[in-house]
Write a new protein. Structure first.
Length: 198
């Protein structure tokens, strides 16, 4: 084979090799949009055991909040925005769009604590509060991109409570928005994500 033909063969094979390498990436590799969402086991505020992807995300449009009930920082603001969005969405919440609030303090936030919290803030149908094993929640947080590269900042739970993750599993579209944005803006972003272009 001539040198030119060998060069063309190498160039054509490069994308295939790159794809093959991506499939074989180890679990410890940095998160990327091409890795599957972890299907970790979680427990709801009413004590039901569910899988994160299969039971809560698959085929749905979701808004994911990381929070903890004792938070005195941005969590109340983040939850307040979800409450405003709940009102704006009306019956679409629980039908077309689902809220998932995952605790960053599973040692304290038991299902009973989460149930009381959900009741006290006024969460309605379609809004699920979740706890689970600390290592599973950590994996989920990192895979969804809710982390900081600086370990000192990443150790502060309040940093992670300041963003909302918006996802449409059917379209394989995921994005993030600061929880400090106006509720109307956040609601429009979710509705655009959920819209069927047909």
């Amino acid at each position: 084979m001539s040198r030119a033909r060998r060069l063309w063969a190498a160039l054509l094979a490069a994308p295939l090799l790159a794809c093959h390498g991506a499939e074989e990436r180890s679990v410890s590799a940095p998160p990327s949009p091409f890795e599957p969402i972890p299907d970790v086991a979680l427990v709801t505020q009413d004590g039901r055991s569910l899988r994160f992807y299969e039971d809560l995300v698959r085929g749905r449009t979701v808004v994911v909040q990381f929070f903890f009930t004792d938070c005195q920082g941005v969590c109340p603001l983040s939850t307040g925005k979800l409450l405003q969005m709940q009102e704006l969405l009306g019956p679409r919440l629980g039908r077309d769009i689902f809220f998932l609030s995952i605790t960053l303090d599973p040692a304290h936030d038991t299902p009973a604590v989460l149930a009381e919290h959900a009741r006290s803030v006024g969460a309605g149908p379609g809004w699920t509060f979740l706890t689970g094993a600390a290592e599973d929640i950590e994996l989920l947080r990192r895979r969804l991109g809710v982390f900081d590269l600086d370990p000192a900042i990443d150790a502060d739970r309040n940093q992670h409570a300041g963003v909302l993750v918006l996802g449409n599993d059917k379209k394989q579209r995921w994005t993030m928005r600061p929880a400090t944005l106006p509720a109307g803006f956040l609601n429009e972003a979710v509705l655009r994500l959920a819209a069927d272009p047909r």
